[in-house]
Write a protein that binds this ligand. Structure first.
Ligand code: NAG
Ligand code: NAG
Ligand code: NAG
Ligand code: NAG
Ligand code: NAG
Ligand code: NAG
Length: 305
């Protein structure tokens, strides 16, 4: 036994450098490439804000995952965020394309806040070669919005939610981002006919690109939906989880939505893959989602690997 072990040790000692080179060097490269690097994170802001609003989030990511390359895109800031959403999708597409290419096969994470979450869905559905690993939708009105807010009062002072359809469901109205996802449950037919962004994105009316869009969307590995009852802006707040009002303003959850049941853009397929995680967090108002450290620790941190 002893002599055998001695002999073995001698042989292994002699051949170790060669083995080290052939086995450990590629392993080292692989580890640097894969395990020690966090995927780049691309952040897309919401209505009336800009990259300046994400200082806390950047700090949390830097503390928990040092070295992560985070880009908060400074496009369509402040009032420019009112521009039509397809136009914003095109603008953001140009900006994120090089970041995606730099990331290569490992891909990137998309963290999209509020209205930005709809821009991100536009990106995911229309980019045939995106490499998004995880899409984090942070309090985004994924099924639209039907509620009075300060934003609305500021823009259309003489309108309230019950009559806003009169301006939103016109060609002129659709040149404002907020009308692009205005979803009035009492005027569903008009919404389906006129909505220039959310209705086609959801394939709620015949859309020639639907098959391609679904395929693109399903390149996603994971979707994380974060929202909560004390949001105060997103109405119904369940829209952040793909729920929405029916004609009687009763909220129906994601699985009862037509877009889910008919799998119009891949939502049900993604769910069947167990690729959707939903967080419902009380006590967070709309403008606090990206700055609340508990939300980051509980709902975001573990996905940014
Ligand atoms: C990240 O944290 C390190 C150490 O705390 C600090 O030196 C660095 O400036 C931070 N970087 C950013 C981008 O915040
Ligand atoms: C972060 O990503 C951007 C876009 O891919 C790239 O231009 C930049 O060099 C990266 N920064 C670092 C420090 O790697
Ligand atoms: C929607 O468009 C169709 C076809 O043009 C039309 O028949 C229908 O009346 C419209 N519905 C509403 C509510 O405008
Ligand atoms: C939809 O498809 C047409 C042709 O098939 C294409 O030209 C157009 O760019 C597509 N639109 C989007 C938003 O993908
Ligand atoms: C809405 O309420 C009316 C009156 O109570 C009822 O007849 C109708 O079926 C309800 N619609 C839905 C979708 O539940
Ligand atoms: C932060 O989030 C927690 C829930 O995760 C909530 O209870 C708390 O009120 C929030 N704080 C602020 C300032 O938003």
């Amino acid at each position: 036994m002893t002599s055998q072990r001695g002999r073995f040790n001698m042989t292994s000692r002699r051949s170790l450098p060669l083995h080290t080179f052939f086995f450990l060097f590629p392993l080292l490269i692989w580890m640097v490439d894969h395990s020690f690097c966090y995927k780049p994170v691309i952040v897309i802001h919401g209505l009336f804000d800009s990259s300046a609003n994400f200082k806390n989030l950047l700090r949390y990511i830097n503390e928990s995952h040092p070295g992560t390359n985070v880009t908060v895109l400074d496009l369509f800031d402040h009032r420019k965020s009112l521009q039509p959403l397809w136009k914003q999708v095109e603008g953001f597409k140009e900006a994120i394309y090089p970041i995606m290419q730099n990331a290569g096969r490992d891909g990137v994470h998309l963290l999209c806040y509020s209205q930005g979450g709809l821009i991100c869905r536009g990106l995911l559905q229309t980019m045939s070669d995106h490499n998004v690993d995880t899409f984090i939708s942070l309090s985004s009105p994924q099924m639209g919005q039907y509620g009075d807010t300060d934003y609305l009062r500021f823009l259309f002072p003489t309108y309230v939610k019950s009559n806003l359809y009169r301006i939103c469901y016109t060609q002129l109205g659709q040149t404002f981002s907020i009308c692009n996802f205005w979803n009035d449950p009492h005027h569903h037919g008009m919404y389906v006919n006129v909505s220039d962004f959310l209705a086609p994105l959801n394939v709620e009316r015949p859309e020639p690109n639907a098959t391609v869009w679904k395929k693109n969307f399903l390149r996603l590995r994971k979707m994380v939906l974060i929202g909560g009852p004390d949001d105060g802006v997103i109405t119904p707040w369940e829209s952040s989880h793909f729920g929405f009002f029916d004609e009687n303003e009763t909220v129906l959850e994601m699985k009862l939505q037509m877009v889910y049941q008919q799998d119009t853009f891949g939502l049900r397929t993604l769910d069947y893959r167990e690729a959707i995680t939903v967080y419902s967090v009380p006590g967070v108002s709309h403008t606090m989602w990206h700055s609340n450290e508990t939300v980051f620790k509980d709902c975001i941190e573990k996905w940014l690997t």
